[in-house]
Design a protein around this ligand. Structure first.
Ligand code: ZN
Ligand code: FE
Length: 259
C-alpha cells in the first residue's frame, strides 16, 4: 500500500513523499531542497529512497536532486525536453513507468515550462495526479516558457481525467488562487464555500492539498473558461470579445498576474 504525504520546503513548496508500507521503499516528487528529504530519511532509517520524480527544471523542484542522489543513489526520472540534474530516465509524453509498484503515465503539459510533465496513476479506485506547477488547487502556473494556447491545451488534458482524481500540486497557493477565483465568479457558491474552508485550514497552518479534480471543475477559473460568466469577466478585463476558450484563458492569466 502506498501512503502519500507532504514534506514542506522553502516558504510554500511541497515535496510529495510516497511510502510503500510493505517494502519500506519510498519516492519523492520535485525535491527542490535536499534537507527535508534527508531529514525524513534520517528519522525513518528503515526506509530506502528508490526513486525521484521531477516535473520540470525550475530550481525549487530540482535543487535537492544532486545531493539526494549522491547519498541514496535513487533513480531520477525527469522530462526529456528539459535539463534535469542527475537524470537517469528521460520521459516523453505517454510514457509509462512503475514506481513503488505504482503504474504512472507521463502527460506532457507545456506552458509553465516548455517540457513540463505530470505523472498520472489511473485508479480504478484512487486515481492520482502529480501536477507540479501546471494545475494548482483553484489556479494554474505562470507562463514562463509557453503560450496561453499551450497551457490551455495542457490544462484541458488534465481536466479530462476522472472527477475523483486526487491532485497533488507543488505549491500552497490555494488561498490566493481562491481569492482570484472569487473575483472572477463572485456568485459561484462552490468558490465561496471552498474559500471559507481553505481560510480556516490555513489559519491553523494546515495543508489545503491534495485537491480533487471534480472540485477543480467547480472552482478553478482556468479550467472554467467555457462558462459564460467567466468569459464575460475575461472580456471585461482585456476589453474585447474573447472568441475562443484559449483567448479567455489568456485574459484570465494576464489578470491573475496583476491581481
Ligand atoms: Zn516552476
Ligand atoms: Fe515551483
Amino acid at each position: 500500500m502506498i501512503q502519500i504525504h507532504a514534506l514542506p520546503a522553502f516558504s510554500d513548496n511541497y515535496i510529495w513523499l510516497l511510502q510503500d508500507l510493505s517494502t519500506r521503499r519510498c519516492a519523492v516528487v520535485d525535491p527542490g531542497d535536499a534537507a527535508p528529504v534527508l531529514g525524513w530519511l534520517q528519522a525513518n532509517p528503515d526506509y530506502q529512497l528508490s526513486d525521484i520524480l521531477i516535473t520540470h527544471h525550475h530550481n525549487d523542484h530540482v535543487g535537492g536532486v544532486a545531493a539526494i542522489k549522491a547519498i541514496t543513489d535513487a533513480r531520477v526520472y525527469g522530462p526529456a525536453g528539459e535539463t534535469i540534474p542527475a537524470r537517469d530516465v528521460a520521459l516523453h509524453d505517454n510514457d509509462r513507468i512503475e514506481v513503488l509498484g505504482l503504474a504512472l503515465q507521463v502527460i506532457l503539459v507545456p506552458g509553465h515550462t516548455a517540457g513540463h510533465i505530470a505523472f498520472y496513476h489511473e485508479g480504478p479506485e484512487k486515481p492520482l495526479l502529480f501536477s507540479g506547477d501546471t494545475l494548482f488547487a483553484a489556479g494554474c502556473g505562470r507562463l514562463f516558457e509557453g503560450t496561453p494556447e499551450q497551457m490551455h491545451t495542457s490544462l484541458s488534458r488534465l481536466a479530462a481525467l476522472p472527477d475523483h482524481t486526487a491532485i497533488y500540486c507543488a505549491h500552497e497557493y490555494t488561498l490566493s488562487n481562491l481569492r482570484f477565483a472569487q473575483a472572477v465568479e463572485p456568485d459561484n457558491a462552490d468558490i465561496t464555500q471552498r474559500l471559507a474552508q481553505v481560510s480556516q485550514l490555513r489559519s491553523m497552518d494546515r495543508i489545503s492539498l491534495p485537491s480533487q479534480l471534480g472540485l477543480e471543475r467547480l472552482t478553478n477559473p482556468f479550467i472554467r473558461v467555457h462558462v459564460t460568466s467567466v468569459k464575460e469577466k475575461a472580456d471585461e478585463w482585456n476589453g474585447r470579445d474573447n472568441a475562443s476558450p484559449s483567448e479567455v484563458f489568456a485574459s484570465l492569466r494576464d489578470w491573475k498576474n496583476k491581481f
